[in-house]
Each structure stands twice: as structure tokens, then as C-alpha cells.
Design a protein around this ligand. Structure first.
Ligand code: FMN
Length: 112
């Protein structure tokens, strides 16, 4: 992941260099990464020039997900992907789940 993010496809074949395989996408012209358990195909809807960077707003057209990331009911369990965080130039492993969305406003059982 790091190597693919610091080398440009203009100078290197990133599929060959990283040992990855291109595979056909469902909706877009560029390939998906076969070894990646989650591929999200998008179309750019807006681009906003911010000076140092351009921010793109994209519409999701298709999602291809490996069964290894699904539970018995077919729900996506992204935590099975071995998530990490990137901050201040470092990569950090994520730990245990510490809460869920909206927990701070959910009523406790037995309280009125
Ligand atoms: C951990 C990591 C995070 C990155 N995040 C961004 C990002 O948020 N926005 C961005 O424009 N480039 C980001 N990059 C740089 C792009 O990945 C890089 O410019 C791109 O892969 C260059 O390849 P290309 O010329 O084939 O597009 C990141 C790179 C790494 C390694």
C-alpha cells in the first residue's frame, strides 16, 4: 500500500511492481485490484481546486467485496480487513472497538 502510494503509475507499472493483478471493473473503464478485498468504483461529480490540492466529490457506481469481509448474513465487516490509520506520516494499527455511532444520545434501559 505504501509503495503504491509513493510511486507514480506514470513511471512504474504498479500492478507488476506490487505483485497485484488487474481485473475488469463493472462500471468504470479502469481496472480493479483483484487482491484487494474491497473495490469501490466511482465517477467524479465535482472537483474543487483548493490551491495545494484538488478535492474530488465522487458518486459510487459499484462495489465489489470479497466474501472474507462478509458475515453470515452478508453484512460488510470492514474490521476484518485489518484496518489501519494514517496520521502525521505514520501508520497505526487500530485497536478494539470502543463505541458505536450515536451511543452518547441513546437512552439507557430502565431510565426515563
Ligand atoms: C498513506 C498514503 C496516503 C495518501 N493520501 C493521499 C491523499 O489523501 N490525497 C492525495 O492526493 N494523494 C495521497 N497520497 C499520494 C498518492 O497515493 C500518490 O500521489 C499517487 O499514488 C501517485 O500515483 P499516480 O501518479 O499513479 O496516481 C497518499 C499516499 C500514501 C502512501
Amino acid at each position: 500500500m505504501d509503495w503504491c502510494g509513493v510511486v507514480s503509475g506514470r513511471v512504474e507499472d504498479k500492478f507488476a511492481g506490487a505483485g497485484l493483478s488487474p481485473a475488469p471493473a463493472l462500471k468504470v473503464g479502469c481496472p480493479i485490484v483483484l487482491e484487494c478485498p474491497l473495490n469501490i468504483e466511482c465517477r467524479v461529480r465535482h472537483s474543487l481546486s483548493l490551491g495545494s490540492h484538488t478535492m474530488f466529490v465522487a458518486e459510487v457506481l459499484a462495489v465489489q467485496v470479497s466474501s472474507v469481509l462478509l458475515d453470515a448474513r452478508g453484512r460488510l465487516c470492514l474490521e476484518k480487513a485489518g484496518l489501519l490509520a494514517f496520521a502525521h506520516g505514520g501508520y497505526f494499527a487500530l485497536g478494539r472497538r470502543i463505541g458505536h455511532f450515536g451511543f452518547s444520545v441513546r437512552k439507557r434501559k430502565g431510565r426515563r
